[in-house]
Design a protein around this ligand. Structure first.
Ligand code: ZN
Length: 172
């Protein structure tokens, strides 16, 4: 990582667009998992978050004013400043994932996004690029707060949670 790196507004928009889309897909996956887990409260919440992140992605596209924003691979080595944001590997989406685990994955994603935009704000040279990076970091910090508040309501399950194969509800 070099200290002389900077980022243009277009580069920031492309990366922000990717981050918001990845977040949208992450929340959609988590919502699916919570439906499997019969937790409709969290499923609905994750769907709402997916919609919010999708809206952010659309707003970023509008700011690009017709410029084509490539969907960058988060694994590509060309993310300046910060580590590339990480998406949840399909193997992480355990079919018995508890609300606690789902929220932890959501929190990790939001923290990473917030950190990434903070890094971008630091290296952004001109006014509008820095302002946008700061604005995006602020939004991600709000998502971090939300995930943390929810986590407090869904504490870690006891050992052996993934060995419990009982169906969630049984009708007699
Ligand atoms: Zn977010």
């Amino acid at each position: 990582m070099s200290g002389s790196q900077t980022i243009t507004l277009t580069e920031l928009l492309a990366r922000a667009y990717t981050i918001e889309r990845e977040a949208e897909y992450r929340y959609a996956d988590l919502a699916d998992q919570m439906e499997v887990h019969n937790n409709l409260e969290l499923a609905q919440l994750f769907r709402k978050m997916a919609a919010i992140e999708a809206k952010h992605a659309e707003q970023i596209k509008e700011r690009a004013e017709g410029q084509v924003l490539p969907h960058l691979s988060p694994l590509a080595g060309d993310w300046p400043g910060a580590e590339a944001p990480e998406t949840i590997a399909p193997g992480d989406l355990h079919y018995l994932m508890t609300p606690h685990h789902a929220l932890k994955l959501a929190l990790a994603g939001e923290k990473q996004a917030a950190l990434f935009f903070e890094e971008m704000a630091k290296i952004a040279g001109d006014g509008p690029t820095r302002a946008l990076a700061e604005e995006l970091a602020e939004e991600e910090h709000e998502h971090v707060k939300m995930a943390e508040e929810l986590l407090a309501r869904y504490p870690e399950p006891e050992e052996g949670w993934d060995e419990d194969l009982d169906p969630p509800t049984m009708q007699e």
